[in-house]
Design a protein around this ligand. Structure first.
Ligand code: SF4
Length: 464
């Protein structure tokens, strides 16, 4: 039982599984030391990063996420502009204040170890934290898994999920797309109404609405900053040896000159704007900026780009539409989380960009007045044509192909919604069938195509 606020989380770039998850794990580890009365006895912490984290952790800023987490920072509250000075201070002083209060000796190259060749059997994104005392004795030794979308599991423990009192149950439980269709039909409710009722086991309807509208504001701010608005001194190039120049600010300026309207102009101008919205978010993400994980950071541009499209090109996005859009998208995201995966390291990019595309397609169909079967159809189309999508980021960075891929995913989501809305909801491949296929395809995919940067574009594009 996960919440829409587990699918949409305010975080920091560039990666939900490789930056946000490790930051959470490190923070949990440090809090555990404090809880067990070990914090002040800790002299050193060693962190081992296995599998995909070991292979692409450097490019995905996993080590920086770990340092910030040990510092006591969390992805939703950390100030992105304060990150660089914080890290520079650790580097300069050779000391890391655990939870901001207890300094230990710390050297990034010595104390964070990338073990690309080694994997833990439980999950490809594994981390091991060991705290030692001044006499070298082990005080605490814990393993965590970053299972996608910023979710973290401790070895042997249940997934960290929404805090729900024991005994609470959703009034409209669902685990599959068929369950969702059946609940909607038998109760005469939309998917958004079902989700809202379920969310209300944790918080009031007003709080859910306020939380979702806040998520939308953060998405809008992310797009604005990605366009360079309010961030005029921002870096022109993205971090890393690729030296990639941001494209969204220039595209935004060019499109402004053309205007939003299609009348008398380019009939596909809307597509340019969708591309610009998506790339703005993903360039912010690549630069370590504030983003909404939706459902992952690598795929964070698709849902906001499609919601911006709805705002500018269809009926506008009044608050009710924003809430319905995000609730519907969240319900679809939960189906993937429950029945497949949203981790590129587990199932490839179909689990990131594919899932985001499916979520956005269903959500757009919903706010454009689609029936529940049409929404399910849109979500299904959104994934069907992303099946097999591999994860092969060049240089281990969430830049190529990720940034453009979000633009492609957003456009595909809009097309999927339009195709579904032209039908009557009847179709051959169910959403459940495509989710199952995505999971099986991911299981069969070679690990070199699953966020290791050992295959595909990552080995055919030279990083200079
Ligand atoms: S290729 Fe896809 S799954 Fe891989 S890092 Fe990029 S967005 Fe994430």
């Amino acid at each position: 039982m996960l919440s829409v606020f587990d699918i949409f989380k305010i975080g920091i770039g560039p990666s939900s599984s490789h930056t946000v998850g490790p930051m959470r794990a490190a923070e949990q580890f440090a809090r555990g030391l404090e809880r067990d009365g070990l914090l002040l006895r800790t002299a050193q912490v060693r962190v081992e990063l296995y599998g995909s984290l070991g292979a692409t952790g450097r490019g995905h800023a996993t080590d920086l996420g770990v340092i910030l987490g040990l510092y006591g920072e969390t992805p939703d509250t950390v100030d992105p502009s304060a990150v660089k000075p914080q890290l520079a201070s650790v580097q300069r002083s050779g000391q890391l204040p655990l939870l901001g209060i207890h300094p230990i000796s710390f050297q990034r190259a010595r104390d964070i170890v990338f073990l690309a060749e080694q994997s833990m059997p439980e999950h490809p994104n594994a981390m091991r934290f060991a705290a030692t005392g001044s006499d070298g004795s082990i005080l605490s030794d814990r393993c965590y898994f970053s299972v996608g979308g910023g979710f973290v599991m401790e070895s042997g423990a249940a997934a960290a999920v929404a805090d729900m009192a024991p005994g609470l149950r959703w009034p409209y439980p669902f685990r599959t797309g068929d369950d969702l269709l059946a609940q909607a039909k038998s109760n005469g409710m939309s998917i958004a109404e079902l989700m809202m009722a379920n969310e209300c086991v944790w918080r009031s309807e007003e709080e859910v609405r306020a939380g979702l509208l806040h998520i939308w504001r953060v998405m809008q701010e992310c797009v604005q900053r990605g366009f360079g608005i309010g961030d005029e001194d921002g870096e022109e190039h993205l971090p890393g040896a690729l030296g990639i120049r941001r494209r969204a600010p220039k595209l935004y300026r060019e499109l402004l000159e053309r205007g939003h309207n299609v009348a008398g102009g380019d009939p596909l101008a809307a597509m340019d704007w969708v591309n610009a919205f998506a790339m703005a978010v993903n360039e912010q993400n690549a630069a370590g900026g504030r983003v909404v994980t939706a459902p992952t950071n690598g795929a964070a541009g698709i849902v906001p780009a499609v919601l911006h499209y709805h705002d500018k090109y269809t009926a506008g996005a009044p608050d009710d539409d924003v809430v319905d859009f995000l609730l519907t998208a969240g319900a679809i995201g939960l189906l993937y989380k429950a029945n497949a995966s949203i981790s590129g390291a587990e199932v490839g990019c179909q689990g990131e960009v594919g899932v985001a595309c499916s979520m956005a397609a269903g959500a757009l169909a919903a706010v454009l007045g689609g029936t529940v079967p049409q929404i399910e159809n849109a979500a299904e189309i959104g994934m069907e044509h992303n099946l097999g999508l591999t994860c092969d980021p060049v240089g281990g960075r969430v830049q190529i192909p990720c940034i453009e891929r979000n633009a492609m995913g957003a456009v595909k989501a809009i097309n999927a919604a339009r195709m579904a809305l032209r039908g009557d909801g009847h179709h051959y491949v169910s959403l459940d069938a495509v989710i199952k296929t995505m999971r099986q395809t991911g299981e069969d995919m070679k690990s070199k195509y699953k966020e290791t940067s050992l295959g595909g574009l990552a080995v055919n594009v030279v990083e200079c």
